[in-house]
Design a protein around this ligand. Structure first.
Ligand SMILES: Cc1cc2nc3c(=O)[nH]c(=O)nc-3n(C[C@H](O)[C@H](O)[C@H](O)COP(=O)(O)OP(=O)(O)OC[C@H]3O[C@@H](n4cnc5c(N)ncnc54)[C@H](O)[C@@H]3O)c2cc1C
Length: 445
């Protein structure tokens, strides 16, 4: 029997595991990526050993992950932590039930405690043309680069505002692939309006000054920035070839790579599948989950607060799970990081592009369901996302709603006048990630 199962080897999961061994526990860690690191430290191990020329692209904040990564890998080597790489958790239940599959085999059972450190994903950004080849998330492009891959040749345009687009603009410059333009959708950048939260930003001075430096670099490099863009459309037949929008005047830019971004949201499927209680955050326009019963939560899943908070919350959740108390210092620091996030969220609110999706814009990429289809379904079935799911199969494809459940809630809210919060998300069913019959048949029970 597994006593302590940690899902996710990002900053929160690695920190949780390292803390657990200090208290005599032997955690089992599963992560569906081939290397530990999560999103911010993705492929750090490979890059620092085999692709050292890439380390400068991702900057000092990336290299800083080495201390945590080394502590984690050392404990794995000493067999104090059992770590299954490339292993996906595909089932999780509120009483600690789990099933996962990877190169080390298939396992299922009931763990005494499970910690979901399953992190974040980019908020889907359904605009016209977003399913064309050549279009991908800003974060996805960054992970591709961290994994050793290259973006295809051609003009790169970033559509979106916030910390990640700013960072990637700089990283692409360092990689010798400067972006040809940044397009900030209307309402995505409200730096001046966020001044009321400046006290929170001052509380995390180091982090906010990094943002200011990135803004200054973008300005000094004269990267063209189009602000308040509305009516965004990615153009192309077989492949993205450009982007059109209105920003005081009609603009038509050439682009064969369009990197879209509307902030990040918790990776909600595992949290919903575990029946954790979720609460809508007006500040982040998404749902956050809380630990419940045998299932604990740490990192971005509990709210998007950044890497420092992820590391801290991994430690704090482990202490909770092991029945130990948290230090007042950690509790104070976590509160400080939360205050800083208020500033970021006010400065870069989500645009929720689904709310003004046109009838032929695809909301569900797996089943090719458009906003027009959803509008009709709402007229017939009302706003219940599960009824709409049953009628259209939206959320029933291989992604199991990861790329459409949020958009469905936001679009339904826009057409019905009921809030996204009241509409809620579809139920998440197992398998939360695709699993083969071979994996199922390999289970003992
Ligand atoms: C694409 C992307 C890129 C980012 N890049 C940066 C950056 O460069 N700089 C920065 O400051 N912040 C970045 N962030 C934000 C950053 O993720 C957070 O600040 C912080 O790292 C969150 O840590 P975490 O441990 O909570 O989650 P994550 O780092 O998201 O790690 C979660 C891990 O859980 C794994 N996982 C999820 N579901 C399952 C499952 N069912 N089975 C098995 N494994 C699973 C994931 O593969 C991942 O490895 C990025 C976020 C995203 C989404």
């Amino acid at each position: 029997m597994i006593d302590f199962l940690i899902v996710g080897a990002g900053p929160a999961g690695m920190s949780a595991a390292v803390e657990a061994i200090k208290h005599g526990a032997h955690p089992v860690v599963v992560d569906n990526r081939p290397e530990p690191g999560g999103n911010i430290y993705a492929y750090l191990g490979s890059n620092r050993s085999h692709r050292t020329e890439r380390m400068h692209i991702f900057g000092p904040d990336y290299a800083k992950g080495a201390a945590l990564l080394d502590a984690f890998l050392a404990a794995v080597a000493e067999q104090k932590i059992t770590y299954h790489a490339s292993t996906k958790l595909w089932q999780v239940g509120p009483q600690g039930g789990y099933a996962f599959h990877g190169p080390d085999g298939s396992q299922s059972g009931i763990a005494k405690k499970i910690l979901l450190a399953t992190g974040a994903q980019e908020r889907p950004m359904p605009i016209s043309g977003w399913t064309l080849p050549g279009v991908m998330g800003v974060g996805a492009a960054q992970i591709l680069m961290k994994s050793g891959g290259e973006l295809p040749k051609g003009n790169i345009v970033i559509v979106g505002a916030g910390p990640l687009p700013l960072l990637l603009t700089e990283q692409l410059h360092q990689a010798g692939r400067p972006v040809s333009a940044v397009v900030e959708p209307k309402g995505s950048s409200k730096l001046l309006a966020a001044s009321s939260q400046l006290l929170g930003a001052a509380a995390a001075f180091k982090t906010s000054s990094k943002g200011a430096v990135l803004l200054a670099k973008r300005f000094l490099r004269r990267t063209p920035v189009w602000r308040n863009a509305s009516g965004l459309k990615i153009i192309g037949n077989e492949q993205a070839t450009g982007i059109q929008f209105t920003a005081e005047k009609a603009v038509d830019l050439q682009a064969s790579i369009v990197l879209i971004h509307d902030g990040i949201i918790p990776n909600l499927n595992p949290l919903l599948a575990a029946s954790l209680d979720t609460k809508y955050s007006q500040q982040q326009q998404t749902w956050h989950a809380q630990s419940k019963g045998a299932v604990y939560i740490a990192g971005d899943g509990a709210g998007i607060l950044g890497v420092e908070a992820a590391v801290l919350s991994g430690r704090m959740a482990t202490l909770d799970a092991l029945g130990q108390s948290n230090s007042p210092r950690d509790i104070r620091k976590y509160a400080k990081l939360k205050a800083f996030r208020k500033f970021i969220d006010a400065a870069y609110p989500a645009v929720q592009t689904a709310t003004h999706a046109e009838a032929n814009t695809i909301l569900c990429r797996c089943e090719m369901i458009t906003a027009g289809d959803v509008r009709q379904a709402v007229e017939v079935h009302g706003t219940d996302p599960n009824a709409i799911k049953r009628s259209l199969r939206i959320g029933m494809g291989p992604c199991q709603g990861r790329m459409c459940a949020h958009s469905l809630a936001d679009f339904t809210a826009a057409v019905s006048g009921v809030s996204s919060e009241d509409i809620g998300l579809q139920r998440a069913r197992s398998p939360i990630l695709p699993v083969s019959f071979r994996a199922l048949s390999a289970l003992k029970d």
